[in-house]
Ligand binder design. Structure first.
Ligand code: ADP
Ligand code: MG
Length: 685
């Protein structure tokens, strides 16, 4: 099978240069790629009906014989070519009609019997089928694959190409899954699975084939990610001599919650006693106080004489963390620096020099931390915030800046458990399962646009009482002529400023296209209370913290994913004031209604994430393709059962052979390499 990935698609019978180009557009370059281009659906031809019994206007499969040659006519007007014949079975007759198909009479012969698949309609001239698909009786396959297509590549062409590709499969295929594993988990061989996923005879065969392929794909994904991580586990961790958490607590303007204390202890015990570097995920719902936990852990690391790198996904967040951590560490002698893409080249260079010399104790930054010329003197702790925005490879790039530093990964909960199992694999997990005291439950309201005026006056009232407010608009492309009345953040703010009631209220605008310095200025003004209403796109979604803001109004809320809405809602309810999340939507579809109802009924990030996964599938979870997961061909990450089954197998394999070096695992190693090389990751050598 592996060698078929080196065979160009052009080498297949019937695939010339032009067609090859079309296959390329589907991401199919080799015969192997084609074999892994799985059908998206199947037509079930396994049950044939008699013409007489066939229900009208539904897909049916009949077995019928053509009794007379095609008659060809041309319609007046457009000159459409109409080919017509009649097919019979023991119960009756049906006319077969094809349009503009010059070759049909070469393909369907008089006095031969075929399967025809399509809809039968009743007309004044009797029963007819328009352009039914067909196959020879001898072909016998009774489930027909339907492929995801591109223009110019009809299903029949793809299916024929797959058929020739399957004929190129060697008699005995090297199966990446060793025999013992297939026996234990009751899995079919690869050859069978490939043949039957494309051309199953019935739904049982399809089930068996699919199960095998899904299992393999999840197994390879899982093992690959585990392997990537275990790389960092080989070495001894940097041991801290002393825990300075008590001293840190005296710097805080508040008391740690029990949950925060517990998590900080867990981290410190990793770094003071354990043989391996810390490899820990801290999960806490929005507002649970993860930043302070990170600061506490950093404090001990720094006091022990080491450096800390704190990586966040956005410029805004970097600035915010920089401000709060600098304030916290003021007067302690700790040097805090910011390193983001928006610094001038000169400034960046200076920051990097101070990192390399060890002058800087903790740096907070974006991806700018990952460049080659960023070096540390003695990095002992790498922290990533809002981890779901980073890929696995970015995480390891950060780790490579030190000599096996400790890793602390922080994430708000909205990653469903099933996905978490895979993405976070064997990270140790700490959960901050408690919010700081005095927080009130956020009231979530769903309104339609008719009630917007009332909502706005409610906002005004709160502002008069000293509060602040976010208004979030969906992203609208510049110049897009707001198709269904969608306003961009900018237009929205302009409109608002023209309303008399708002003339004297300072309104700020924030969107992704602004320059970092512009964004920073707006955020600072909002933090300081100089801006009262911040109209923005979802750039504020991740981590932004302004406790005085107590209302967030989200326009066209139905356009956002649940996890995203949850993150947005988490921007309020951070102070002691009663907070509100107002979801504006005119979308009455059952799906939208259901989603917004979920938002109203729960504030539990885990629940919301699971619901989101059910409703929208995993693809949307990460917004960008940055999560570092390779694209899956057949497995569905929302299927918990499949995932737990493979997890069991992963465990078993790693127990037997922690470094995957066993001879029987050669095929698995090769597959891991292939899967991850596609994502640009360098995983196994
Ligand atoms: P998240 O977990 O969403 O990253 P943050 O770290 O941004 O949350 O914290 C949210 C807010 O709660 C911040 O204003 C922070 O200062 C405050 N905070 C954190 N821990 C506590 C605590 N133990 N008591 C009171 N306020 C806290
Ligand atoms: Mg945060």
């Amino acid at each position: 099978m592996a060698s078929l990935f080196n065979k160009k698609i052009e080498e297949l019978k019937g695939v010339g240069e032009k067609r090859a180009e079309k296959f390329n557009r589907l991401g199919i370059f080799s015969v192997g790629d084609l074999l892994m281009y799985y059908p998206r659906d199947y037509e079930d031809w396994s049950q044939t009906t008699l013409i007489e019994d066939a229900p009208f206007e539904e897909n049916v499969c009949i077995k019928a014989t053509i009794r007379s040659p095609f008659q060809v006519n041309f319609s007046r007007g457009k000159g459409t070519m109409i080919c017509k014949t009649v097919a019979f079975d023991e119960s009756g007759a049906v006319s077969l009609i094809y349009f503009n198909n010059r070759f049909i009479s070469n393909m369907l012969h008089t006095n031969e019997t075929y399967f025809f698949f399509g809809k039968i309609t009743k007309t004044l001239n009797g029963l007819q089928m328009i352009s039914p698909t067909f196959s020879k009786i001898a072909d016998g396959t009774s489930m027909h694959p339907i492929y995801p297509l591109t223009a110019g590549l009809p299903n029949r062409i793809v299916s024929n190409a797959v058929d020739s590709a399957i004929k190129m499969l060697p008699e005995k295929i090297n199966d990446p899954l060793p025999q013992w594993l297939r026996d234990r988990y009751n899995l079919q061989g690869l050859g069978y699975a490939i043949r039957k996923i494309h051309f199953p005879s019935n739904s049982d065969e399809l089930f068996v084939a699919k199960r095998r392929l899904v299992f393999e794909e999840l197994l390879i994904l899982n093992l690959g990610l585990r392997y990537l991580r275990s790389n960092t586990r080989e070495e001894n961790g940097i041991l801290l001599k002393k825990n300075y958490t008590d001293k840190f607590k005296s710097l805080l303007p508040f008391e740690f919650t029990n949950a925060q204390s517990k998590v900080v202890n867990e981290c410190l015990s990793d770094m003071t006693d354990k043989r391996f570097p810390m490899n820990r995920l801290v999960q806490g719902d929005v507002g649970s106080g993860k930043t302070a936990v990170a600061a506490a852990v950093s404090y001990s690391v720094i006091k022990n004489g080491f450096q800390v790198a704190f990586m966040v996904p956005t410029e805004i967040l970097a600035q915010q963390h920089y401000a709060s951590i600098s304030a916290l560490f003021a007067g302690t002698g700790i040097t805090v620096e910011l390193l983001t893409g928006s610094l001038t080249a000169k400034n960046k260079k200076q920051v990097r020099t101070r990192l390399a010399s060890g002058e800087t104790d903790i740096v907070i930054g974006t991806h700018a931390l990952l460049t080659e010329d960023t070096e540390f003197k003695n990095l002992a702790l790498a922290i990533t915030d809002e981890q779901h925005r980073f890929g696995v490879s970015q995480r390891s790039a950060l780790l490579s800046k030190g000599n096996h530093p400790h890793l602390l990964v922080m994430s708000a909960t909205p990653i469903p458990r099933t996905l978490g199992l895979i993405i976070y694999g064997d990270l140790d997990i700490s959960v901050i399962d408690e919010l700081p005291p005095g927080r009130q439950v956020i009231d979530t309201l769903v309104i339609d646009t008719k009630k917007r005026i009332r909502a706005l006056s409610f906002i005004k009232k709160n502002i008069m009482e000293g509060r602040q407010c976010y208004i979030v608009c969906p992203l609208v492309e510049e110049g897009e002529n707001s198709p269904d009345g969608l306003l961009s953040a900018e237009q929205y703010a302009q409109t608002l400023m023209q309303i008399d009631d708002y003339k004297n209220i300072p309104i700020g605008i924030l969107h992704g296209k602004m320059k970092p310095s512009g964004k920073e200025a707006v955020m600072t003004d909002f933090k300081n209370g100089e801006i009262k209403i911040l109209v923005s796109t979802t750039v504020i979604e991740v981590g932004v913290d302004v406790p005085n803001a107590n209302i967030i109004m989200i326009e066209n809320a139905d356009r956002f994913g649940l996890s995203q809405l949850h993150q947005l809602r988490g921007r309020v309810g951070r102070g002691s004031e009663k907070s509100y999340c107002i979801l504006v939507s005119d979308n009455n579809s059952p799906e939208a209604t259901q989603r917004l109802k979920t938002m109203k009924s729960t504030s539990n990030g885990f629940k919301i994430a699971d619901e989101d996964l059910k409703l929208r599938g995993p693809g949307d979870f990460f917004g960008e393709k940055q999560h570092g997961l390779p694209e899956l061909k057949i497995a569905n990450l929302s299927n918990t059962d499949d995932i737990s089954e493979t997890q069991q197998c992963v465990k078993e394999i790693l127990e037997k052979s922690p470094d995957l070096q066993g001879d029987d695992l050669k095929g698995i190693r090769a597959e891991i390499k292939r899967l991850f090389n596609k994502t640009g990751g360098t995983l196994l050598n």
